[in-house]
Design a binder for this molecule. Structure first.
Ligand code: ATP
Ligand code: MG
Length: 490
């Protein structure tokens, strides 16, 4: 009998505790209890306060204030606090949390609890400050390492913060009245392309990413082996396969400015050198369509001028790292001296679409992972038909409201224009300027617009600003043939 009563009592107590616990957590009362408990605990401790003012005595900015502010605004405790400010960050879509005047936030460090209060507006002179409250008992043990920790975290946050990237293009040298010469014009760079949006084998993408990352960390290494801290890439493949988009993705990944050099606007070799001298570090220098420029001789720059630009002493003008990217449609036309080992570090091939790339595009453009028409598409790709990702992407965008219609239009375009352009017919190559029909679809025409190459295509391009169908090359899968050892940057 006693045992039964005891068991019932036990069950009753457990049930009661469970109900109280649910009540406390569901209603948030636990939070109030925690605050009370902390106040109670604090009664038995002596505290020391440290003030971090925004300006020092000579009214110079106190760097520690800025770092503490960055650090506190990144604390997860701020997200959980009862009240906090939401403000837009540097980019319009960014939302940043920040402490309200007089708001207190808690932090844990090496097992000690510290609190920070935003002292904005508390002082009579309206000066801004943060106040750190530490238990005397913890002071000796944690204050120094804690401040060091804040420095490190704030530095990391600052580095991560996206710089405001700029896109520079060269102009014909412009002489100002004051004697200065302007060679570059710039605008904010806000291309949305990222490595995630580029349809490319994951393996290759990861190789490029880790190559860039290890290059960034290799300053000492480059210095030790007596090389300028730069890495150069050759992106080659047919038109519309994503070379320019890839450059934008690289810039976004590295947070680098982009300098696009239009060689046809460069008046001679020394002009090219001066352009390079006026670029900053942490930038990507791009020369597009190198093969065309050299074969058509549409630039005043000589081959030796270009080689000096690529690997000459001028590149040492800037102590910071930089990346050079050259694009071309085909390596076959390019002078072998340009491609000799050691000149351009990494060669990346951009092929026409295969079925895998098509699926990646269908996923990102149409949100479709699988579709009953996929087997049919795969069969066509296997038969040797292919189109560039740009062509397929445009058909998908134009029909984005109906995945079935979009895939059907891709099938139809593959039948009409993709025959013989894919990897299935190795050996079938169209010349760079060979006759080729293009199929594009514009969203606002509501239907398929077919254009033959020639003047009609040009007109259409002008109208819709997409699809440049100028070359084709037999291709299979993307390749990454680094002519230098990939270990180099590690
Ligand atoms: N691999 C790809 N993945 C995703 N989108 C792509 C890809 N390739 C091309 N596109 C899309 O097609 C359009 C044209 O691509 P881009 O200008 O990068 O091609 P390109 O290789 O530089 O062509 P060109 O040789 O004519 O300069 C872009 O809007 C891009 O979004
Ligand atoms: Mg391009």
């Amino acid at each position: 009998m006693i045992l039964r009563n005891l068991i019932l009592l036990g069950i009753g107590i457990v049930g009661f505790v469970a109900v109280i616990r649910v009540l406390l957590f569901k209603t948030g009362l636990i939070h109030i209890l925690k605050i009370w408990w902390r106040c109670f605990e604090d009664c038995f401790h002596v505290h020391q306060f440290f003030k971090v003012p925004e300006f020092n005595e000579s009214m110079q900015e106190n760097q520690l204030y800025r770092k503490v502010s960055l650090y506190l605004n990144s604390l997860s405790a701020l997200e959980d606090s009862d009240f906090t400010n939401l403000v837009t960050g540097k980019k319009p879509n960014d939302v940043v949390l920040c402490l309200d005047p007089n708001q207190t936030v808690e932090d844990n460090f090496l097992g000690a609890v510290v609190t920070w209060t935003n002292g904005d507006g508390i002082a009579r002179d309206n000066s801004r400050s943060f106040v750190l409250k530490v238990r005397k008992a913890d002071k000796r043990r944690i204050v120094r390492p804690y401040l060091q920790h804040i420095h490190t975290v704030a530095d990391e946050i600052e580095q991560r913060k996206q710089r405001d990237l700029r896109l520079y293009v060269n102009i014909k040298s412009y002489h100002h009245d004051d004697g200065g010469i302007e060679r570059w014009r710039s605008a904010p760079f806000s291309h949305p392309s990222t490595f995630d949006t580029i349809a490319m084998e994951d393996d290759l993408k990861n190789k490029v990413k880790s190559d860039l990352e290890s290059f960034l960390k290799a300053k000492q290494y480059y210095h030790r082996i007596g090389r300028v801290w730069k890495r150069s890439f050759l992106l080659y493949g047919p038109s519309g396969t994503g070379k320019s988009s890839f450059v934008a993705a690289m810039a976004n990944f590295l947070s680098y400015d982009v300098y696009v050099i239009d060689l046809s606007k460069v008046s001679n070799d020394s002009d090219l050198s001066l352009l390079l001298l006026e670029t900053r570090g942490k930038s990507i220098i791009v020369v597009e369509d190198l093969d065309r420029l050299l074969t058509e001789k549409s630039t005043a720059v000589t081959l030796s001028g270009l080689l000096n630009f690529m690997d000459g002493i001028l590149n040492s003008c800037c102590a910071e790292e930089r990346v050079m990217v050259f694009t071309m449609n085909s390596k076959e036309q390019a002078d072998p001296v340009l491609l000799r080992p050691g000149r351009i570090d990494v060669h990346i091939h951009f092929p026409l679409c295969d079925f895998l790339a098509f699926k990646t595009l269908a996923n990102s453009y149409l949100g479709v992972k699988d579709h009953k028409l996929f087997p049919q598409v795969e069969e066509i790709f296997q038969s040797g038909a292919s189109l560039s990702p740009a062509e397929i992407g445009e058909l998908m965008i134009a029909n984005r409201t109906s995945p079935s219609r979009a895939i059907k239009s891709v099938i139809s375009a593959l039948h009409t224009d993709g025959e013989g352009r894919g990897f299935g017919k190795i050996g079938t190559r169209l010349g760079n300027n060979g006759p080729m029909k293009s199929v594009v679809e514009a969203a606002d025409t509501g239907g398929l617009v077919r254009c033959e190459s020639g003047p009609t295509v040009r007109e259409f391009r002008k109208l819709y600003g997409f699809l440049r169908m100028k070359s084709s090359k037999v291709s299979h899968s993307p390749s990454f043939d680094s002519t230098l050892s990939q270990k180099e940057g590690s």
